[in-house]
Ligand binder design. Sequence first.
Ligand code: SF4
Length: 216
Amino acid sequence: MSQISDELKNRSLSVFDRLVEAFPNAKLTLNFKNAFELLVATVLAARTPDKRVNEVTPELFKKFPDAKSMAQATVEEIQSLIQKINMSKTKAERLKKLSQQLVEKHGGEVPSTIEELTALPGVGRKTANVVLGNAMGIVEGLEVDSHIARVSYRLGLTKHTNPDKVEQDLMQVLPKEVWVKYTHVAKELGRKYCRPKNPKCSECPVNDLCPKIGVK
Ligand code: SF4
């Protein structure tokens, strides 16, 4: 979106305000106590419901509370604690590699810039934005998952469906101070009303503000 009209910016904010009203308690649904835990939980949450991730992380973090302990664990030890998660072997390998890099390159700490985070194995912009925005209070961009990409497209806040391009568009139409909150309320909208198939437009809280792009 090269030219952003005031009308679009105003409508985007109206959508945001309405969604906050509709989902006042919307927040990140992954449980975590620090940036390392959120980074690990986000890796586990790829194609897995957050609820299931929350079922395995208490034991996982009890055994491996930091990057140093997880880096020293075997893949089998990690995998045995995340059996309920899909692709458990691949994700266990990923967590070990990630922890090793944190120890080798960052003294065991989670780095606080998007460039350093996305240089870690298996960490893309989505994960980096989740960790920065929710565990460190640093806002450099917006997390765009499949729900956020879909609802933002249907709402006409972006002309794209590619997550990186959606993120760039959202950064232009929404003020920075609402980016993190928008990701929480947009996900709720996607889960409850704006589902991939048969969206419930007639019951949707932003029905009157939505051009329903691509909805048949
Ligand atoms: S009105 Fe329909 S298309 Fe628009 S956000 Fe709501 S459910 Fe999605």
